[in-house]
Design a binder for this molecule. Structure first.
Ligand code: ATR
Length: 284
């Protein structure tokens, strides 16, 4: 009897830069755990070559892609141009982080918000229904988070941004009376149960100028970025006496699991993968 190896469905994460991505390791762990026959690599696309890179991957038989910076908004536009389907959550975020090609049509989805909510609620026990949330930042990451939080029954969403006009624009787009924009200078008057750091300040090396009063009510502090051991924002929170918090490593694993579910119809267990990644990161 000849036993043929099952062909592996091909996936990758596309971005620029991409070498740092942890997604291949996460998906390899999910595949090993679930027995799904997949391979998952990285794809560096030129900044002006997103569409061409995706088309080539599709032509070569690729089954799906994760999309990361700086292409998430472009991916949404590309699916539209191609006449593909965009999921309601991707439409709401205005960004696509998951593409699927193997169903006969192109599907654009976004698993970032679901990953954030799952990490907050399931891993960290944050009660979202009824919570007042302070969102720091008004870029792409903040937009996705805002949509997901409003979908979870938060009672107030205050958006503060260094450039106030951008916060006002995001709130106008959200078109939800629970959302409001506040000036950075008003931060000391805010009380929230959850403070969410959604700026890219860590990438550019600048620390957020935050009044200690933001932490006075002992909110849960969540940083959507991650780093070995701690982040600048979580350090700031701790120095202000606020010890309940987490970085975005769990969100990274949860959004990947949600993409795996979209592609394979199986939800992998995230906790062992999260723990191993945490240990690797903290040892770095
Ligand atoms: P992303 O898709 O990662 O959200 P983005 O759309 O470029 O990236 O948005 C970056 C966000 O981080 C913005 O809210 C930006 O504030 P501005 O709109 O004022 O630029 C915020 N940001 C970046 N560096 C910052 C810093 N040093 N202090 C405060 N906010 C910062």
């Amino acid at each position: 009897m000849i036993i043929r190896a099952q062909p592996r469905a091909r996936y990758a994460v596309i971005g620029n830069p991409i070498a740092h991505s942890r997604s291949p390791g996460i998906h390899a762990a999910f595949a090993a755990q679930t027995g799904e026959a997949i391979e998952y690599g990285t794809m560096l696309a030129p900044l002006d070559g997103f569409a061409a890179s995706v088309e080539r991957f599709m032509t070569e038989g690729g089954a799906g892609l994760n999309v990361t910076l700086p292409f998430k908004e472009q991916a949404c536009a590309w699916v539209r141009q191609r006449g593909g389907a965009i999921s309601p959550r991707a439409l709401a975020a205005g960004a696509v982080n998951t593409l699927r090609f193997d169903t006969g049509e192109v599907l654009g989805d976004n698993t970032d918000g679901a990953g954030l909510v799952r990490d907050l609620q399931e891993r960290h026990g944050v009660e979202l229904p009824g919570a007042r949330v302070l969102l720091l930042g008004a870029g792409g990451a903040a937009r996705g988070a805002a949509q997901a939080l409003l979908g979870c029954g938060v009672v107030g969403l205050l958006v503060a941004n260094r450039t106030p006009a951008r916060a006002r624009q995001l709130v106008a787009e959200l078109a939800d009376q629970r959302a409001s924009a506040i000036a950075w200078s008003e931060l000391s008057g805010v009380t929230a149960q959850l403070v969410l750091q959604a700026t890219s300040a860590a990438l550019t090396g600048g620390a957020l100028q935050l009044p200690a009063a933001v932490f006075a009510g002992r909110p849960f502090c969540y940083d959507m970025t991650y780093a070995p051991r701690s982040t600048a924002f979580l350090d700031q929170a701790r120095q202000a006496g606020c010890h309940r918090g987490a970085d975005g490593l769990g969100m990274l694993v949860e959004q990947a699991a949600e993409s795996f579910l979209v592609w394979r119809g199986v939800r992998p267990q995230t906790e062992p993968v999260y723990r191993s990644l945490r240990a690797q990161l903290d040892a770095a």
